[in-house]
Design a protein around this ligand. Structure first.
Ligand code: NAD
Length: 350
């Protein structure tokens, strides 16, 4: 496994291979950058075809966290961990404690939290061995807990900014929004949009979740294969990544794509493709930064819930700046966001 030759290697500061034979732990922690602060990013539990695939994933995701944290204005660098689900994997407390030991040995250069496959309960086990963990149950009057409502609040503010920029609309009332995926984030987003008077179309592979959105928010249900191509103002992907492709983009009728899913662009070139099609794209890692802002406020214990909501709402202005810069420079919004993230990290001087 050659880390330096891996195409996802981006001069990461440190890559730590963690093995504990006694508990079966096999994990990789990647610290992309600590220029802005401790490298923060969740731990993913996943079954990979090869160890190389796990390395690629953690390298790519940790760089993404550097960009996301920089654009969220946080005192966090970028990092990520993966715990490799080996055949016959059993997620014992001892295994997660061992992972906590590895995190602790990094002395605070990496701060872990939940990602795919993890839970608050597992974070509490990890926290028995390390203080460098977030995503724990909130204490009364402090930030923390489920980040999804905050992520949705950031997306709502981002949609407002996009509608103002692209459509000249000062209000969400009457805006038609198609939401792909009404799980945690999508559900809370529908709540904010519906209370502001938007008309909603939703789709989800889980019919119960579709029904909940229709019953509670008066949404209309659409087919799974049609949700991106509705006659609406905004498409909001809140389920899967890699849904904006050479095939899907020409069929999108909305003028705005603004949603919470990670890695929405199949390739960087799809950002240009959206721009060429006249579609305003809100870069995913900027618009969905509400969750990590919540995590940072918990970790630093420096804000109550109202203050976290204010910090998350600033995502709207941040996106407006990206939209203006993209329009002035002729560059796609994803490229402008990447450039801004890199320059914030470089200015921090490490
Ligand atoms: P979730 O699992 O609660 O919700 C995802 C929903 O999408 C589920 O209801 C699922 O049934 C549905 N879905 C899956 N495939 C679908 C398909 N093909 N078409 C329509 N619906 C489909 O997850 P979540 O926490 O709401 O996260 C949603 C997205 O936002 C993910 O990409 C996640 O990485 C990203 N994200 C989440 C947060 C957060 O705070 N939870 C923060 C940043 C980014």
């Amino acid at each position: 496994m050659a880390a330096f030759d891996n195409p996802a290697f981006d001069d990461h500061e440190r890559v730590v291979f963690c093995r504990d034979a006694a508990t079966g732990l096999k994990a990789i922690i990647a610290i992309h950058s600590t220029a802005l602060g401790p490298a923060a990013g969740g731990c993913r539990l996943w079954s990979y075809e090869t160890d190389d695939a796990a390395l690629t994933d953690v390298l790519r995701l940790s760089r993404g966290m550097s960009y996301k944290n920089a654009m969220a204005g946080l005192k966090f660098g970028g990092g990520k961990a993966v715990i490799i689900k080996t055949p016959g994997y059993s997620g014992t407390d001892a295994l997660y404690e061992s992972f906590g030991d590895f995190v602790e040995k990094l002395g605070g250069d990496y701060v872990t939290a939940e990602d795919v496959g993890m839970s608050v309960g597992i974070m509490q086990v990890i926290a028995r061995r390390t203080q460098f963990v977030s995503g724990l149950p909130p204490q009364e009057g402090h930030a923390g807990g489920d980040p999804s409502p905050k992520t949705a609040w950031g997306i709502f503010n981002g949609i407002e900014a996009a509608a103002r920029f692209k459509l000249g609309r000062d209000s969400i009332a009457g805006l038609r929004v198609a939401v792909q995926g009404v799980g945690n984030v999508g559900y809370y987003l529908c709540g904010y949009l519906s209370r502001a008077g938007a008309d909603l179309v939703v789709a989800d592979i889980d019919p119960a979740r579709v029904k909940r959105a229709c019953d509670e928010f008066g949404a209309t249900a659409a087919g799974l294969g049609d949700i991106l191509y509705q006659d609406v103002d905004v498409v909001s992907p809140c389920a899967l990544g890699a849904i904006l492709t050479a095939e899907s983009i020409p069929k999108i009728r909305a003028g705005i794509v603004a949603g919470g899913a990670n890695n929405q662009l199949a390739t960087d070139a799809d950002g240009q493709r959206l721009a060429d099609a006249g579609i305003l794209y809100a870069p995913d890692y900027v618009i969905n930064g509400g969750g990590i802002i919540n995590v940072a406020s918990e970790y630093y214990d420096d804000a109550d819930d109202d203050e976290v909501m204010r910090r998350v709402a600033a995502i709207g202005d941040r996106l407006a700046g990206i939209f203006e810069k993209a329009a002035a420079s002729g560059k796609p919004t994803n490229v402008v966001a990447d450039e801004q993230a890199r320059s914030i990290i470089a200015a921090a001087g490490k």
